[in-house]
Design a protein around this ligand. Structure first.
Ligand code: AMP
Ligand code: MG
Length: 393
């Protein structure tokens, strides 16, 4: 069995997981958050004709500075039929096509109008003109397959006239909690029991990663129960298991998976929370065995399972939302593990404060946090004001 560093374990997931088959067509209105399964090409030049970037006057730069005769007007949505001849200018609005023979626009604020004449300052050729095809040439690829469709990608699809688009089908992800101590969230737990919060946090994380989650019944700490439910989960595109992967006597998940012929890529990662962490494949389905403590489950999902779902869902590139911030107070940890600890990032993202927390079961600290502080495995201490990496939540 393999123990990997944070970086190597993440690389392993990224190199192993490939899109699960399946493409469907959706209306553009329903495409936000989906993953593109076709290339998007420019249907024409962008912009399709040279356009003015300012309200002002279209001029020939060689005539400036000077006093020019205003021979017409062109608004956005209109076309100026004639030419701008020597000594002439045409009044122009932002977004309007720049008449051919003109090569610059002067801002109206920099001019002085006097009847049919206007005095303009010196203008450089190309000034305030957005040339035809400067953003993209007709036929150029604007978005490659595998792009996640956020608002700017939706704008691009709308601009090229895609009323519907081919996207990857969303991966179906089984969520399986394990443990004799776990009760339904609608139940009143006894002192030695806990509600099944992991199934719900995982389902929420699956959804934001672009998957469709299905929560399976809780597996009890017997081989028969664990096997039956893992077999159900292996019928999905991905199986997420919470709990049962530590070294305890009742941690049966790895043994049961091995009995089902699983291939294991790693089963321990040098991180905290979340050291025991299993990634493998059985019956053609990838699975993650995430440690059951709630903070461990949430953090290991973010670090590894999210990338798995994104890649299954057709993404070609995945990236963790890391940033750098200054520590509000000194910080130290025991080197050897990369730690991901709940923290508060200031509104402007410049300063980070670790949240007081009581270990991997501390859901309140995770819920208060808006980021995770990333303490590198190789370094022991940081001073107040030092830059440190954070993972934005
Ligand atoms: P395990 O990884 O199975 O050893 O579980 C470690 C601890 O995590 C357990 O003692 C529980 O307190 C907690 N835990 C396990 N599964 C869940 C779950 N589905 N929801 C909430 N807490 C859990
Ligand atoms: Mg357990």
């Amino acid at each position: 069995m393999a123990t990997l560093s944070f970086r190597d374990a993440r690389q392993c997931v990224i190199e192993t997981v490939r899109p699960a088959a399946g493409i469907e067509e959706v209306r553009l209105e329903d495409a936000c958050g989906r993953v593109l399964a076709e290339p998007i090409l420019a249907d024409r030049d962008y912009p399709a004709t040279a356009r003015s970037l300012r309200d002002g006057f279209a001029v020939r730069s060689e005539d400036t500075p000077g006093r020019l005769r205003v021979t017409g007007e062109v608004a956005a949505g209109a076309v100026f039929a004639g030419n701008v001849k020597r000594g002439e200018a045409v009044e122009i609005m932002t977004g309007a096509p720049v008449p051919h023979s003109a090569d610059a626009v002067v801002m109206v604020e920099h001019t002085k109008r006097d009847g049919e004449f206007v005095s303009v300052p010196a203008a450089k050729a190309g000034q305030f003109v957005n040339p035809q095809g400067s953003e993209a040439r007709a036929g150029a690829q604007l978005l490659p397959p595998g792009s996640r469709l956020g608002y700017a990608e939706i704008a691009m699809l709308a601009a090229v006239g895609k009323t519907s688009v081919h996207v990857y089908k969303q991966p179906r992800v089984a969520v399986l909690a394990t443990g004799d101590e776990i009760v339904e969230i609608s139940d009143q737990p006894l002192a030695h029991q806990v509600r099944n919060s992991n199934a719900y946090s995982l389902a929420a994380q699956v959804r934001t990663a672009g998957g469709i989650a299905e929560i399976l019944p809780v597996a009890r700490d017997t081989e028969a129960s664990t096997r039956a439910l893992i077999e159900q989960g292996l019928a999905f595109d991905l199986l997420l298991i919470s709990g049962g992967v530590s070294a305890g006597k009742h941690d049966l998940v790895e043994r049961v998976l091995a009995g089902l012929g699983a291939e294991f890529f790693f089963d321990r990662v040098l991180i905290q929370p979340g050291q025991p962490l299993v990634f493998g494949r059985a019956r053609g389905t990838f699975f993650f065995g995430l440690p059951g403590n709630p903070a461990s489950t949430m953090v290991t999902f973010e670090l590894f399972a999210r990338a798995g779902i994104e890649l299954l869902g057709g993404r070609r590139e995945v990236r963790l939302p890391f940033a750098l911030a200054r520590l509000a107070a000194p910080f130290r940890h025991k080197p050897g593990l990369t730690r991901f600890l709940p923290a508060r990032l200031s509104d402007d993202g410049s300063e980070v404060t670790p949240e007081p927390w009581h270990g991997s079961s501390d859901i309140p600290a995770m819920a208060r946090a808006n980021a995770l502080l990333v303490a590198e495995a190789e370094r022991e201490s940081w001073e107040a004001g030092d830059l440190i990496r954070v993972l934005i939540k």
